[in-house]
Write a protein that binds this ligand. Sequence first.
Ligand SMILES: O=C(O)CCC(=O)C(=O)O
Ligand SMILES: [Fe+2]
Length: 159
Amino acid sequence: MNYYPTCSWPDLVLGISPHSDSSSITLLVQDDDLTALQIQHKEEWVPVKLVPNATAVNIGDVIDAWSNGLYKSIEHRALINEKKPRISNAAFVIPGDDVELNPLETMVDENHRPRIYKNDVTFVEYLRYTLAKKMDGKASNLEHLSYRCKVTVRSISFV
Ligand SMILES: O=C(O)CCC(=O)C(=O)O
Ligand SMILES: [Fe+2]
């Protein structure tokens, strides 16, 4: 549950900083009368149009990793309002702690869609990593999924 109080300087403060969710998908229920959620699209922040009584569904980093980047997790943020507080309720659908975030074999084609995340990071490791750091956008989280790859490649070249 997220509570965003009013703020006298809504242009200077964000309700929630840019991030992508570490979940597989997120179900988001929000107030029907305040447009606050924005997504990053073609390097612009685009407001998410409110659909009364609808639940918004976000793709999270887990699906991004499993699909080898075919289904991209969406970078998003929420604004704050000068006059009205806002509540949103996010339900994060997540895999088990030990589930690995490697791309599924069927999503990889070394000629046309090479593996972009090469690692053995488990979901709980990834979650710990993202929770421990400042929310600063999508890219810096997903870099963690190729981190092990770089280490592995380095250790192989040392052998
Ligand atoms: O309040 C919102 O619209 C977004 C909340 C959110 O992004 C989150 O809880 O991860
Ligand atoms: Fe989110």
